[in-house]
Design a protein around this ligand. Sequence first.
Ligand code: APR
Length: 227
Amino acid sequence: MKKLTILSGAGISAESGIQTFRDSNGLWENHSVTEVASPQGWRNNRELVLEFYNQRRRQLHEVEPNDAHKLLAELEKYYEVQIITQNIDDLHEKAGSSKVLHLHGELFKSCSCNNKNLIYEQKEDIKIGDKAADGAQLRPFIVWFGEDVPLMKEAARHAKEADIFLVIGTSLQVYPAAGLLQDIKDTCLLIVINPDDSMGYGKRAVVMKETATTGMKILFDKLVNMA
Ligand code: APR
C-alpha cells in the first residue's frame, strides 16, 4: 500500500463548528496567546487558562466530525494513512481514523503541571485543586507556545515516508509543524486543500482552493484511483 500522510489544522474542523485561530473572528482575535496558551500565562493566571480550555472542552462534547474527517478515515481501505494533526479535538478519531498524531496535544487529556508524562483522560472541566498523582495541579495536555513538541521526530518520519502528503485546513504559520513540508521526498505528491490560496506553497504543490469537505469530496475518487 502507498503511504498517505496528512497534516491537518483548525480549518478541517471549521465546518464542524469549531473556530479556527487566525481567520477573522478566530480564537486569537479575541484572546491573547500569551495569556491563555503559554507557560507564562499559566504562571500568571491558572484560572484564566483553565477556563479557556474548559470552554473548548465543553464545546467538543457538542460537535461531530464532518465529511472531510470521514473521507480521510475511509481512505484507510486504500492507503496506509497517517494523520498528523495540529488540532486538539478528537474529530479524526471520532470519524474512525486509526493513526492520529496530535502534535499540539489533546483537549480530552490532562497532565501534571510538573510532569507531562503523568497523563490522564479528561472529559470534564479541570478545576483549581485537581491534582495529579505527584500532588501537582492538573493542567491541559496541550503544547503551549514556547514548549517542546515531543512528537515532531515521529511526525517528520511520517512526512519523509509519504508517497502523497496532503495539507488540509492549516495556515502553516506555526513551526515546527509547518516545517514538515520540507521533509517530504522529491517524488512525493504534495496536495493542499484550503479556501485561502494566498500562501506560498511552492510550485510543486497541487493547490485546491476549496473548503475541507468540498475539497475532500473532489479528491477522494482521484486518490482511490491513484492507490
Ligand atoms: N476548510 C478548510 N480550510 C479552512 C476552512 C475550511 N472550511 N476554514 C478556514 N480554513 C483555513 C484558513 O484559510 C486557514 O489557512 O484553515 C486555516 C486555519 O489556520 P489557523 O487558524 O492558523 O489554524 P492552524 O493552522 O491549525 O494553527 C496552527 O496555531 O495557535 C496555534 O496551536 C494552535 O494548532 C494551532 C496552530
